[in-house]
Design a protein around this ligand. Structure first.
Ligand SMILES: *[C@@H]1O[C@H](CO)[C@@H](O)[C@H](O)[C@H]1NC(C)=O
Ligand SMILES: *[C@@H]1O[C@H](CO)[C@@H](O)[C@H](O)[C@H]1NC(C)=O
Ligand SMILES: *[C@@H]1O[C@H](CO)[C@@H](O)[C@H](O)[C@H]1NC(C)=O
Length: 452
């Protein structure tokens, strides 16, 4: 009876807790399946449409930051970082010298293409650009020379020299650094992206669910490195690429930050971790999950309670981050508030969350770095922007009595900004249960074994 009452109480508590956040903060009910993305030809149409929509916001972005023009100059293979976010889906490099001139679309340039664009290897671009500058007479011109922010600092030194030499003192003296233009442009999302981002998240989960199963892992035989390469090959088969080599490791009190996997043989009773992401349709995912290798030889059917408690603590930290992460606050402010709240709840751990989207580590405010747990210069001083994707990356420390050791429970999930009322939600829920590796699994052939 006591158990029954306790259970009812828990259910009520859980339902009310999650009422205001929908299902987005729960472990998805159904196993993930490999989603098919559109053909490359269809993707190109979709991507160019998104690109055009994002470009159409540049005039207002320039006005917001008080400039009348934004000049990007680059050569083939020495491109500005911004180029990757403004190119068409059928371009793979800015050929020869490519100069892009964004204007705030007022006065003489209203109605002209925005940006004006030159592809040149004869030097004629400079004459034509000078004519445009005379006609438009911008009082200031943003260029990407920031020394801290990559998305505002992609102008190569040689290109800057070429600009100075060919445009002369008058225009060079009107050049200003406004890194937030590039940062805010790269950070911006358009609404049509979400459905495909959801598919990408489901693919990411499908990969993890397959990797962390008896199909790929045979205890005492498979190594963490085998699993990493399984991910690489499987992504290739799924026509996906990645922005980071997958890192698979066995979690021990020592294993962190783990820039590479641990190269361990996976054994029964291990707590496994993966950190990886996929790249497709101009977007990236970044996810960390944990798995438990059941001690099947001893009849074990679930993860030890102490491990489950650790995962719960890390889930609570995710709630805390999403709760405090209000647009307009700086990354450092959010980080400080989260650390204070964790302290008041008796949680120890670390937060190192970052924007995601056009890049795995994309433009915008970060909240912590693994080596800068309390304050991040420059990147942490930026403001959280709405209408972006964020990767909520963190760990909770938890003492696991069954093992007599304190472990880091490391999880990461990608979130998107819904609206003022709902705030941030995870794109495909979050991990609240361990993936369980159950070997030998009846009727399942281990794919890595078959290959060897
Ligand atoms: C520029 O201005 C013209 C005319 O005012 C307008 O039709 C056009 O949509 C604008 N273009 C951009 C990219 O803002
Ligand atoms: C990958 O692309 C090839 C070639 O277009 C196609 O035949 C195959 O079905 C695709 N695989 C998946 C899983 O989408
Ligand atoms: C638990 O670990 C601590 C420190 O590592 C050690 O001193 C202690 O003896 C251990 N306790 C048990 C029950 O093994």
């Amino acid at each position: 009876m006591w158990r029954y009452v306790h259970w009812v109480f828990l259910v009520c508590l859980t339902t009310t807790t999650f009422l205001n956040v929908g299902n987005a903060q729960l472990h998805p009910k159904n196993p993930a399946t490999y989603q098919r993305l559109p053909s490359l030809r269809e993707q190109a149409i979709i991507l160019d449409h998104w690109r055009d929509e994002r470009l159409s916001h540049i005039p207002e972005l320039l006005k917001k930051h008080g400039v009348q023009a934004w000049l990007i100059s680059q050569r083939e293979y020495a491109e500005d970082t911004i180029w990757w976010s403004i190119k068409s889906a059928m371009e793979f490099a800015p050929h020869r010298r490519m100069v892009l001139f964004f204007h705030s679309n007022t006065s003489s340039l209203a109605g002209k293409p925005n940006p004006l664009r030159w592809v040149d290897n004869t030097g004629s671009v400079w004459t034509e650009l000078l004519d445009i500058l005379k006609e438009y007479n911008p009082q200031n011109i943003a260029i990407n020379t920031d020394s801290n922010h990559a998305f505002g600092g992609g102008l190569h030194v040689g290109e800057f020299e070429a600009l100075r030499e060919n445009l002369g003192k008058k225009w060079t003296s009107r050049m200003v650094g406004k890194p937030k233009i590039g940062i805010e442009y790269v950070a911006s999302r358009v609404s049509g992206q979400l459905q495909y981002y959801r598919s990408m998240q489901e693919i990411t989960w499908a990969l993890i669910e397959e990797a962390f199963s008896g199909r790929v892992i045979q205890p005492s035989v498979t190594t963490t490195e085998d699993v990493e390469w399984w991910y690489r090959e499987k992504m290739q088969q799924q026509n996906l690429s990645t922005w980071n080599h997958p890192r698979v490791s066995v979690i021990t009190p020592e294993s962190f930050p783990g820039w590479s996997g641990t190269k361990d043989i996976i054994n029964e009773g291990d707590l496994l971790h993966v950190d990886f992401g996929i790249t497709a349709m101009g977007m990236n995912t970044d996810t960390q999950h944990m798995a438990y290798v059941l001690q099947t030889s001893q009849g074990e059917t679930d993860a030890p309670r102490g491990l489950k408690e650790g995962l719960k603590k890390a889930n609570r930290m995710q709630d805390i981050v999403l709760m405090h992460m209000k647009p307009g606050k700086t990354g450092n402010q959010v980080l400080r508030e989260c650390l204070e709240q964790m302290k008041s709840e008796g949680i120890e751990g670390q937060i190192y969350s970052h924007p995601i989207g056009d890049w795995g580590h994309s433009a915008g405010a970060v909240m912590g770095f693994t080596n800068l747990p309390e304050y991040v210069p420059h990147y942490g001083e930026l403001e959280i922007l709405p209408n972006t994707y964020y990767s909520i990356e963190l760990y909770a420390y938890h003492f696991v009595p069954e093992r007599n050791e304190t472990l880091r429970f490391r999880i990461e999930e990608d979130a998107y900004w819904v609206d003022e009322v709902r705030g941030w939600e995870f794109v495909r829920g979050r991990q609240e249960k361990f993936h369980l590796i159950n070997w030998p699994s009846r009727g399942v052939e281990n794919v890595l074994q078959v290959q060897q």
